[in-house]
Design a binder for this molecule. Structure first.
Ligand code: ADP
Ligand code: MG
Length: 280
């Protein structure tokens, strides 16, 4: 059986509000994130994605229910160090994640804070730079880099902590298409080659297609959870909660509705092109 990296049991979270009002940002979520999986999480603004992300590494603790990371309860103060080093987080704005004026120092910051020995830090910095394809930027100034490069640097900084899980909260949202591709290829490679568990929050459906598993949130709850092709087959529900489907799926659905014999569940451009060519 697959190992569970992170387990959520009936987790709810409410931000403190005035006058005893209660609004559950996350509402009764149960979820098991398997070690080595690549999970994409989508949902429109305010659906609770960022709150859920922060619950995964103890930045927030549940109002009710339980989150455990490799068995460690995130609400247990004695385990918080273990939890934070197991689950690394990359955020949206690349400019808010840089700490040092030099790439090497920036990556070394995390392990230094954890008291990792000097020699080990040097080898981790080398390794992390290589993993994000930025070895030649070792002595560069982060502030001068492109958005995609800055986000790869942020990923390297998290990698240097040697987490087992990486959570990316809309880390491609502020990037241009080239930057997005750079970041996506780094996270795919980390998942495939380093067997790192990845939770990727995004509003780009094309990115969500790349995951093994796609989770859709709406109003603090999980409304769909499955293989991306199965999830995108639910286009009516997705439209109802104001989410799109990938371009290729939208096209396939429209063609199928017009009576053209293509599979409306298509998520692969090549497959759609093939079926169209056969018809012509
Ligand atoms: P998403 O990341 O999907 O946009 P969030 O988790 O940021 O969703 O927000 C979920 C809900 O919690 C929203 O209604 C939002 O307004 C509310 N919320 C988020 N952060 C805070 C906060 N710091 N204080 C109060 N309410 C918040
Ligand atoms: Mg968010």
């Amino acid at each position: 059986m697959a190992t569970s990296a992170i387990k959520l049991e009936n987790v709810s979270f409410s931000y403190p509000m005035s006058e005893g009002e209660e609004h559950k940002a996350v509402n009764g979520v149960s979820l098991d994130i398997e070690e080595g999986s690549f999970v994409a999480l989508v949902g429109h603004n305010g659906s609770g994605k960022s709150t859920l992300a922060k619950l995964l590494n103890g930045l927030l603790v549940p109002t009710s229910g339980r989150v455990s990371v490799y068995g460690a309860d995130t609400a247990d103060d004695k385990k918080i160090y273990e939890v934070r080093s197991s689950v690394g987080m990359v955020f949206q704005n690349p400019d808010n994640q840089m700490i040092a004026t030099n790439v090497e120092d920036d990556i070394a910051f995390g392990p230094e804070n954890l008291g990792v020995p000097r020699e080990e830090i040097i080898s981790r910095v080398d390794w992390a730079l290589e993993k994000v394809g930025m070895s030649e930027f070792r002595n560069a100034t982060p502030f001068k880099m492109s958005g995609g490069q800055k986000q790869r640097l942020a990923i390297a900084g998290v990698l240097a902590i040697k987490p087992r899980v990486m959570v990316l909260d809309e880390s491609t949202a502020m990037l241009d298409p080239k930057g997005r591709d750079e970041v996506m290829s780094v996270i795919k490679q980390l998942n495939r080659e380093e067997k790192m568990t990845v939770v990727h929050i995004t509003h780009y459906m094309d990115e969500a297609l790349e995951a093994d598993r796609l989770i859709v949130m709406n109003e603090g709850k999980i409304v769909l959870d499955g293989k991306p092709s199965d999830v995108f087959a639910e286009h009516e529900l997705l439209t109802k909660i104001k989410l799109g489907v990938p371009c290729v799926t939208q096209l396939a659905v429209t063609l199928a509705k017009a009576g053209i014999k293509v599979d409306p569940r298509t998520i692969d451009e090549e497959v759609l092109i093939d079926s169209l060519c056969k018809l012509l």
